[in-house]
Design a protein around this ligand. Sequence first.
Ligand code: MTE
Ligand code: MO
Length: 525
Amino acid sequence: MKRRLLYALFGVLATLVGVATGHFVAALLNPASSPVLAVGSQVIDLTPTPMKEWAIRQFGDRDKAILIGSVMAGVLLLAAVAGVLARRSLRLGAGLLLVLVAVAGFTAMNRPTAELVDVVPSVAAAISGVAALWLLDRTARPAATRAPAPTSKPAEHPMEHLMPGADPAATAPSRRGVLVATGALALAAAALGGAGRYIGRVRTRLENISLPAPADPAPAFPTGLESQFDGITPFRVSNEDFYRVDTRLDVPIVDQDEWTLTIDGDVDREVTLTYDDILAMDLIERDITLTCVSNSVGGKYVGGARWLGVRLTDLLDLAGVGTAADQIFATDVDGMTISTPLALATDGRDAMLAVGMNGEVLPREHGFPARVVIPGLYGFISATKWVTRLTLTTYEEKTAYWTERDWATDAPIKISSRIDTPKALAQLEPGEVVIGGVAWAQQNGGVATVQVRIDGGGWQDAELGPSAGNDYWRQWFYRWDARDAGQHTVAARVVDGNGNEQATVRATPFPEGASGIQELIVTVT
Ligand SMILES: Nc1nc2c(c(=O)[nH]1)N[C@H]1C(S)=C(S)[C@@H](COP(=O)(O)O)O[C@H]1N2
Ligand SMILES: [Mo]
């Protein structure tokens, strides 16, 4: 029993060595070809929509960490089985390990943009994992049984070589040897894993790029309400704090000198532009609020930023759009696709291909070298990050990633408000309580009013913070005279410039965005 446990540990350790080696080699070649990431990404793509929804609801931002964790847990369980098998037969154990790596390698090679080199990390993982298992097995096996000396009498029982030898002193495995080998391999795995992460971080620095000034700059950015009231989301969300939603486990590392953007499909002439070509065009600067279809009412997948980029219509004009197309089918570096209704993207709104965010080079998390940003549409039908291709085509002809998963194709953002302060279930001192948050609408109406309702009474107008245009959210606050001790409900809604009120009907994020009124309970002490 004890030996079985020891061998289970061997299997796990050998696998960790393999995974760390694969991750390290991938960091040098192509981070996305790391066996763990390849398998994780595949799992994301294969996960049914309701389960994905559940994971986002359940785990929020940690959904990816939990996914990688679960994949690793599953793999390590199988690794332990491989170890136990290796006690009986090293070949069998190593065979199971190889099957595991083969699945990962196959997955890595199956990604749409995979190249032949992407198999290298998996091969490295296989070699080092099996070598580690062999080494561990060698140190743990009694000497006499490792290399059965040619004897006149062949073994009669297949298990005989596992039975205790005649001279226990000569054949007993050295406990120290096992300890040393285990320790050394654990260290090696940690070192390789750490080095892989370090290389990954170094490779993601973008310090040396400088962006040109906009030909069409945005006006000076007003001071937000966060300077007056604690707890209201900053009017502009920093790049570090900006929400991130995508199907990627790691951050794609795209070399701007190798990157190109191609505009093809139903066009007069196919156009391919380099990063420098884009930077040489007239750049516009705009304050635009981005939000995710997966945001629940009151949720955090929404943010305001200042974007720098070229007008989408300027790009499309270079290619000359034909008459048949009704969608822009965008493809990212990894082959992931997002489709946008052509009519909405070209109706005069400030749709752009962004290269800068909040005065900095577009961060890798948010789509470096370039991403699409379109006001008024949810990110999943507009905001393609790491974009490499815009294909003018029809919905009939081509189906994008989320369309295949039954999400809507036409999904304008729903007008909504969020209460940032007080927090749900807050305990409040009696007296004046500032209720505050953010609200957003469509560009044709903008946020006209935000209203607050206490304990189901009438809707009271809140005060709005400064405006940065209709494509951008507004902050708001309301001074509530909280006199009566006990529980109270606080609700908020937005009304847009066309008189449309935020919908009261509750809808889930799937398939075209959540709706309803956010209401929270607080206690006045
Ligand atoms: N390449 C790519 N672009 C993508 C996605 C993605 O998964 N892959 N997710 C989209 C979704 S659902 C949203 S809401 C926005 C989020 O952009 P952010 O992560 O910069 O906030 O990016 C969009 N662009
Ligand atoms: Mo999204």
